[in-house]
Design a binder for this molecule. Structure first.
Ligand code: MN
Length: 205
């Protein structure tokens, strides 16, 4: 098996006040696992791609054979997106960023509050299923984008430093149809230390 479901870096109930453990179980054990299973099934048809990381697969979809390109886009994207998603959450993290990342956010959006508002608006405005992201460019500037389905900013040459999943499966049990409440609550479980690591890493890649 080329690609594997990573374990959660904390217990399923660790984020309970924001994301209930039943949602975490379904989201990780079922949804994410299905993306991994389907990605492996696709790559089995062209095993020469199995030595590439999932990130490398989705960075250059044009190199993927026609018969598995859509499967790699959806399931490779799903695997990369969710692997990041678990990592950038934590119980009891910092309430806001610091250092160079905080500077980049305030340079772009004026204030941290305004960044959060714009991010929530972009997430709430995504029609149907998708993700909302903070990406950074080679100069260190950040921006908010939204993608459909399991598309990842890497597919468009952008580096995601954080992203929130706005598929209904991410929030429906606790927040029902009110996606905006989920987006607003989600900041409480963000792992700003991990996001800062991604911001720094992006400078090199
Ligand atoms: Mn999801």
């Amino acid at each position: 098996m080329a690609y594997e479901l990573p374990p959660l870096p904390y217990p399923y109930e660790a984020l309970e006040s924001t994301i209930d453990s039943e949602t975490m179980h379904l989201h990780h054990d079922k949804h994410h696992n299905t993306y991994v299973t389907n990605l492996n099934a696709a790559i089995e048809k062209h095993p020469e791609f199995g030595s590439k990381s999932a990130e490398d697969l989705i960075k250059d979809l044009s190199a993927i054979p026609d018969d598995i390109r859509t499967a790699v886009r959806n399931n490779g994207g799903g695997h990369v997106n969710h692997t990041m998603f678990w990592e950038i959450m934590t119980p009891g993290g910092a309430t806001e960023p610091s250092g160079a990342l905080a500077d980049a956010i305030t340079n772009k959006f004026g204030t941290f509050e305004e960044f959060k508002n714009k991010f929530q608006t972009a997430g709430a405005g995504r029609f149907g299923s998708g993700w909302v992201w903070l990406v950074r460019d080679q100069q260190g500037s950040v921006d908010i984008i939204s993608t459909a389905n399991q598309d990842n900013p890497l597919m468009e040459g952008q580096y995601p430093i954080l992203g929130n999943d706005v598929w209904e499966h991410a929030y429906y049990l606790k927040y029902k149809n009110v996606r905006a409440d989920y987006l607003k609550a989600w900041w409480a479980v963000l792992n700003w230390d991990k996001v800062a690591e991604r911001y720094t890493k992006a400078a090199g890649g």
